[in-house]
Design a protein around this ligand. Structure first.
Ligand code: UDP
Length: 241
């Protein structure tokens, strides 16, 4: 069996990665294929923590642009991530992967509360842990959640699976035909050039805590495992320069 380069990873899935072509809602066949890819990773013996976004259901920014109170709109976004997390848990368990959902907003009937030490214990027992409800705070994103949880559980890398792009480009490749894909760059480059990788809070958290990030496409089957095996896919972001 091939050996993973990492023992413990955080996998960041955007909400849209669960939505299929429609771009919104939850599409069970897509979640099933994502769950199978996570199982492949877990079967390598890698400890996998997943942070799921909510953009396929609701984004706080959209609500606030429509006149809603930003904090309330953001709480709605966090609740959206809980729905996605439960759907992913269901698919993972159907695939035979033991999974726990931990939520940053307490809802005891639905999921465990986020307790760092307990999350680590689950990971050591090779259970996949899904972190739901973002950081539990408005004005943050699930990218920042991935960076924060990765630092807390001492994950060695963040695997950022994208559904609409296969790495980091100098410009939007769908708009600019001259856009070039980077193999490797630093968080400082991302911040300085305003590259659309993750928001600046998340980028600086990764930079300050020395957490590398691999950005790749989830649309190609097996890519999550390839990223963990250290195969050169997508873009690696690390360090200050
Ligand atoms: N959110 C938040 N605090 C957090 C994480 C998420 O307020 O710590 C809200 C925010 O409104 C965000 C929404 O939840 O728009 C969904 O998360 P995100 O946009 O990061 O999802 P993704 O783009 O990854 O699907």
């Amino acid at each position: 069996m091939s050996k993973s380069r990492y023992n413990r990873v955080v996998l960041k899935l955007s909400g849209e990665a669960l939505a299929g072509e429609a771009g919104f809602g939850i599409h069970p066949p897509i979640i099933k294929s994502v769950a199978e890819q996570i199982k492949e990773l877990s079967d390598l013996g890698v400890e996998v923590a997943v942070v799921v976004g909510g953009g396929n259901i609701w984004r706080g920014k959209i609500g606030s642009e429509m006149g809603m109170d930003r904090a309330s709109a953001d709480y709605m976004g966090m609740l959206a991530t809980v729905m996605n997390s439960l759907a992913l848990q269901d698919s993972l368990e159907n695939a035979g992967v033991e999974t726990r959902v931990q939520t940053s907003i307490e809802m005891r009937q639905v999921a465990e509360p986020y307790i760092r030490r307990k999350a680590i214990r689950h990971l050591e027992k090779k259970r996949v842990v899904i972190f739901a409800a973002g950081t539990g705070n408005p004005y943050f994103s699930t990218d920042t959640t991935a960076a924060l949880r990765a630092a807390e559980i001492e994950a060695e890398v963040i695997l950022m699976a994208k559904n609409n792009v296969d790495g980091v480009y100098s410009a939007d490749p769908k708009v600019d035909s001259e856009a070039v894909k980077y193999d490797e760059l630093s968080f400082l480059d991302v911040l300085k050039d305003g590259l659309a990788v993750m928001d600046s809070t998340a980028s600086s958290l990764c930079m300050d805590n020395d957490i590398p990030l691999i950005v790749f496409s989830i649309m190609e089957n097996g890519n999550i495992k390839r990223a963990a095996l250290g195969e050169p896919i997508g873009t690696v972001v690390r360090g200050k320069k």
